[in-house]
Design a protein around this ligand. Structure first.
Ligand code: ZN
Length: 160
């Protein structure tokens, strides 16, 4: 069976940046299970997997545009320390959830100077090209229930 829209796909993946650092990997864990064609994985990777079958191994380089998007300077802001909850120590590298115009976003503290805190609401991988090493574990038709729920059941997916 080949990967096409509405297929259940299980993959093992390792994601590295251009410096060769491993950013994320399913190695030693359950494979990632997703429904193909509904944007569950980054666009460039989804495109590259079309037509592949179980057992296939491939390397995929995804540009920032087809990955987590370009970095947007307008998402970097300086806010007063008083904007944060009392009693929380704010340090560079902290991440927290915040409500933005497009829903919940992950915000990273990128600098603290006196009472000024610089925050960045870009995805941590925005502007980066992504290098995926992929091994396709299984390709099968989704069950009717999985399509209704919009996610895969069983290994690598939802257990409920
Ligand atoms: Zn479900």
């Amino acid at each position: 069976m080949q990967i096409a829209n509405d297929m259940a796909v299980l993959i093992h993946y390792t994601l590295t940046n251009d410096a060769g650092e491993v950013l994320d990997s399913s190695a030693g864990d359950e494979p990632l299970a997703y429904i193909h064609g509904q944007g569950d994985i980054v666009e460039g990777l989804e495109k590259a997997l079309v037509g592949k079958a179980a057992g296939d191994k491939l390397s995929v380089k995804v540009s920032a545009e087809e990955g987590y998007g370009p970095r947007d300077k307008s998402k970097v802001q300086t806010v007063p320390r008083a904007a944060f909850e009392d009693g929380v120590e704010i340090v560079t590298g902290m991440r927290f959830q915040a409500r933005g115009p497009e829903g919940m976003v992950i915000v990273t503290v990128t600098g603290v100077t006196g009472d000024d805190v610089t925050i960045d609401a870009n995805h941590p991988l925005a502007g980066e090209s992504l290098n995926f090493a992929i091994e396709i574990v299984q390709v099968r038709a989704c069950t009717k229930e999985e399509l209704e729920h919009g996610h895969i059941h069983g290994a690598g997916g939802h257990h409920h």
